[in-house]
Design a protein around this ligand. Structure first.
Ligand code: SF4
Ligand code: SF4
Length: 221
């Protein structure tokens, strides 16, 4: 995260929130329900701004991945299965089913409801760390249900002819070196964004590719 100012500060430090959540929630599961904020916010921001801006700039787990996990990750390519539509849809259904059935079974008991959220955040953090070490620090983000929902909302916004900000490539300037692809934490191909409008739906708007391009062919506009 090279962004400056307040957003840059949030991106560098919001990982502390997920650490605090996991430590405090172990003793006080009632605080688990706070996870709802991080589950709803990416979709609201996507509906407002378009794109996975929350995932790239604010999300505590994303910040953890960028600032902590990246230091111990093997940083190899994210397996394509995690990016496939069917895997993402199945995982989305699986996770939402677990949330909803857990909350229904809790029968209005706030501590039990909090524990449902805590348990799922705990397990998904374990998956994040495991895959983050084996593959790439942002592997979780390639199939995170809330990230997938944000990408879908962005697609709908475009269908409605809204023009949210996005990374654009000037193909006259591009020398096809593909450095931007190597720098992209989620394995996108910014040099190709102009040819296919939907290749950037998972863009985190982190602008790493913009900084990395040696001929300034990329811009967020
Ligand atoms: S880094 Fe810049 S010049 Fe290289 S492929 Fe990407 S957009 Fe093109
Ligand atoms: S395409 Fe660029 S801005 Fe988007 S996630 Fe990749 S590096 Fe970040």
């Amino acid at each position: 995260m090279r962004k400056k100012g307040f957003i840059g500060f949030v991106g560098r430090w919001s990982w502390l929130l997920i650490v605090a959540f996991l430590v405090l929630g172990w003793k006080h599961p009632i605080i688990g329900s706070l996870a709802l904020v991080c589950m709803i916010a990416p979709a609201i921001v996507a509906a407002w701004k378009g794109g996975r801006v929350w995932c790239g700039a604010v999300c505590p787990r994303g910040s953890f991945n960028d600032n902590i996990l990246s230091k111990i990750s093997r940083s190899v390519e994210i397996p394509s299965i995690f990016k496939s539509i069917w895997f993402r849809v199945l995982f989305f259904i699986f996770l939402i089913y677990n949330f909803v059935s857990g909350v229904i079974k809790a029968n209005g008991d706030l501590v039990k409801i909090g524990f449902v959220f805590y348990k799922i955040i705990f397990l998904t953090t374990a998956i994040t760390i495991l895959f983050g070490i084996i593959f790439n620090e942002r592997t979780w983000c390639s199939f995170c249900p809330m990230g997938s929902l944000s990408a879908l909302i962005t697609k709908i916004k475009r269908k409605l002819n809204e023009r949210p900000k996005r990374i654009r490539v000037d193909q006259e300037k591009c020398v096809n070196c593909k450095i931007c692809e190597k720098e992209c934490p989620i394995g996108l191909t910014p040099y190709d964004f102009a040819n296919n409008n939907d290749k950037d739906l998972d863009c985190l708007h982190c602008e790493e590719c913009v900084y990395a391009c040696p001929v300034n062919a990329l811009e967020r506009k």
